[in-house]
Design a protein around this ligand. Sequence first.
Ligand code: 4NP
Length: 159
Amino acid sequence: MKRRSILFVCLGNICRSPTAEAVFRAKAQRAGLASRLVIDSAGTGSWHVGNPPDWRASAHAAKRGYDLSSLRARQIVREDFARFDRIFAMDHANLADLERLRQGAGAGHLGLFLDLVPRLRGRDVPDPYDGGEDGFEKVLDLVEEASAALVTQLAQDDG
Ligand code: 4NP
């Protein structure tokens, strides 16, 4: 497998995309792929820059064995489109914002994270920020499934 760089993007970079970063990193490590991957996450918005993940996202992830404690929010920058060869948006609004920002920069893949799972094609990872605890569990369920699909795809991809 070639070296690959993968960026997960949501709105605030404190709930969904840091969860995706940590879950995917754990699965890639377990599959022995992590040394050839650069894995990061970012938000389209700037409100939470420098902050750790939302404590609810961290707590729910920790119950499944994922550690979000070292992560800090950052906002996407145009250079990210050149730096990362695969950029995965958590929902359609994030994707629309990214397409607007990209405008000719970068030639990598930009798409919805859940498009990696045929059954979930076209679906959003729902924003859990203003909802209840079950929203964070749902994020983990979806992110675990899409991350497993991405690991499988990368393991088969040696081009
Ligand atoms: P995220 O969730 O995009 O999954 O990190 C959100 C975090 C913060 C806000 C919205 C969504 N906010 O409006 O501050």
